[in-house]
Design a protein around this ligand. Structure first.
Ligand SMILES: C[S@@+](CC[C@H](N)C(=O)[O-])C[C@H]1O[C@@H](n2cnc3c(N)ncnc32)[C@H](O)[C@@H]1O
Length: 541
């Protein structure tokens, strides 16, 4: 990271979120949110984990707490008791926004500088928070009331969803979309600062986050839950009132009844109404609760070739095994409803266009351009002369291998799920790609290079692993093979940054120059939530 792009807090980064100001009339001056009750009085010390995984959200939060507190939190005495009564209500001023989307408030006079994490707030705001769970030097709290809202808090009437602040699905609807983009850029930067710390000074500035064309009605998959009736009521066939069907409350393992989700596509909300009615009618037949699946699809006969993408009608599919049909630009993908596919179709053309550009950056020159992502998945990117082969690791049903195949002599995808590989192979046929030049293999990505005879100096590698990131074995073999270009796509920027450091460490241990990081950029696949997709491009030195 260059001097000029030195890390700054979210407030400093130009969000204008820091100064507390008088409440405009229209602003929600009082916001009551979740009422968590699972308090304990002893602080829990998280293990300082070497291998970050998706459960380590507390560890990621610690980095934000250290930044706010200004001294090393890892030295904090774990025996320090939480300086609060159970469910104590406190007036606090929010100092920064953590990557979890929670606001952090430092209480210098409590417990040697205790920190309180409060959801649905904006830096600079003065709020009443009720603490309910204590960790190592910080406590989680519910937001009780905003007493001095920030100028840029979205007015209550303009907030997208009436369940915002109660539902655990979205964290950011109370801040504008442009502020969400600044926040997410900072999340990406902080991930590299904290998890690729050894190499942070040499990284290029993190590019602005690419926006989603749709900021609501974008999710093509939702999974609402419901609980079964109490056994006593079920046995007696007594249904006193409808069961809640929806998503988890913020901070609680309890289901909030939701009849409409504004970030889901319209057809999914129509499907949700029908499914909710059916579940209520048949609730007595459920011995256990369940998670429903609703996925948007295009109405074509699955597996058969068809014309151009249909422009209008969509359908809602609820059977896990049924086949979904989805277009990304000119490419068609069929896959089982229950398997992985990206959930924001609207942004995929620009994500794919950007990945194509990055794959084909010239190898020999410094290509640290922060070019805007293109808007079409069929971008005619010219292949660099040197790169001829593409490996798509963790390929799923072939999204990157198929959409990015142009300009490569051969493309090979590897994936551990047999169902996904069979879809990827079928998708080759549907898109009329030659199976001589593009192929998908069922295997563990950890053994990917054992089967590849592409020359490494002419090979580009796309990595798109699950949230836990790459294994040590995967990084070992990557450092042995040394592909000329790597484009790493990830829904977890912390594990992505950790893997960068792991790869560069391995190269350094072999006395190799390793890789130059060309670009790091977030893509907003998840508007209104704290999540961001990271894309990082590397060139072998
Ligand atoms: C985030 S998804 C990406 C899929 C695909 N690139 C896409 O965008 O649709 C990660 C994929 O990695 C696969 N996967 C998980 N562990 C794997 C492993 N050890 N080897 C190969 N594939 C794996 C999962 O089945 C899943 O399809």
């Amino acid at each position: 990271m260059s001097e000029s792009a030195a890390p700054v807090s979210v407030a400093e980064a130009g969000l204008g979120l820091s100064a507390p100001v008088a409440a405009p009339e229209s602003v929600a001056a009082a916001t009551t949110t979740t009422n968590n009750t699972d308090t304990n009085t002893t602080a829990r010390r998280p293990k300082k984990v070497k291998k970050l995984n998706k459960k380590d959200i507390d560890e990621v939060l610690m980095h934000d707490i250290v930044e706010l507190r200004g001294h090393n939190h890892w030295d904090w005495d774990p025996k320090t008791p939480a300086p609060f009564q159970n469910f104590e209500e406190l007036e606090v001023t929010i100092g920064s926004l953590a990557q979890s989307g929670e606001g952090l408030a430092l209480l210098p006079d409590r417990g040697d500088g205790w920190v309180v994490a409060v959801p649905f707030v904006v830096p600079g705001e003065k709020v009443i928070a009720r603490v309910y769970r204590h960790n190592w030097g910080y406590s989680h709290a519910d937001l009780v009331k905003v007493i001095q809202p920030a100028e840029n808090r979205i007015a209550k009437d303009d907030i997208l969803c009436k369940y915002f602040g109660t539902c655990g699905g979205c964290q950011l609807q109370h801040i504008s979309y442009s502020d969400q983009m600044k926040f997410k850029r900072q999340v990406v930067e902080n991930a590299f600062k904290n998890y690729a710390a050894k190499y942070f000074a040499s990284l290029p500035p993190v590019d602005p986050v690419a926006q989603s064309p749709l900021q609501s009605q974008y999710r093509t998959k939702i999974t609402p839950h419901f609980e079964a009736l109490h056994p006593k009521h079920r046995a007696a066939g007594v249904v006193t009132e409808p069961v809640p069907i929806g998503f988890l409350y913020a901070g609680k393992r309890k289901i909030l009844d939701i009849e409409d989700c504004p970030i889901a596509t319209p057809i999914l909300n129509e499907g949700l109404k029908i499914m909710r009615a059916e579940v209520q009618k048949t609730i007595a037949s459920y011995k256990k609760g369940a998670t429903m699946l609703l996925r948007e699809s295009n109405p074509v006969v699955a597996g058969t070739e068809s014309e151009d993408p249909p422009k209008t009608t969509k359908i809602c599919v609820t059977d896990h095994k049924a086949s979904i049909t989805e277009w990304v630009g000119k490419f068609r993908f069929d896959y089982p409803a229950g398997s992985f596919f990206q959930n924001n179709n609207a942004i995929l053309p620009s994500l794919i266009g950007y990945v194509k550009q990055q794959l084909h950056l010239p190898l020999s020159t410094s290509a640290s351009t922060s070019s805007e992502p293109t808007t079409s998945a069929s971008t005619d990117a010219q292949p660099s002369r040197e790169i001829q082969y593409l490996v798509d690791a963790y390929c799923g049903s072939g999204l990157f291998g198929i959409t990015c195949h142009e300009g490569f002599k051969k493309v090979l995808g590897v994936e551990i799920s047999a169902a996904s590989i069979s879809c990827a192979t079928n998708n080759l046929v549907l898109n009329k790609l030659s199976t001589d030049t593009t192929a998908f293999h069922l295997d563990d990505a950890d053994k990917i290079f054992a089967h590849i005879d592409f020359p490494s100096a002419e090979t580009a590698l796309i990595i798109d692993p699950p949230r836990k990131g790459c294994s040590d074995e995967f990084l070992d073999q990557m450092a042995d093979f040394l592909p000329a270009r790597v484009v790493y796509v990830s829904c977890n920027v912390q594990t992505q940054a950790r893997d960068l450091q792991g790869l560069l460490d391995r190269c350094a241990a072999k006395g190799l120059a390793g890789y130059k990081v060309e670009a790091i950029r977030g893509f907003d696949l998840f508007p209104q939530t704290r999540h961001v997709e990271g894309v990082m491009t590397l060139t072998r030195l």
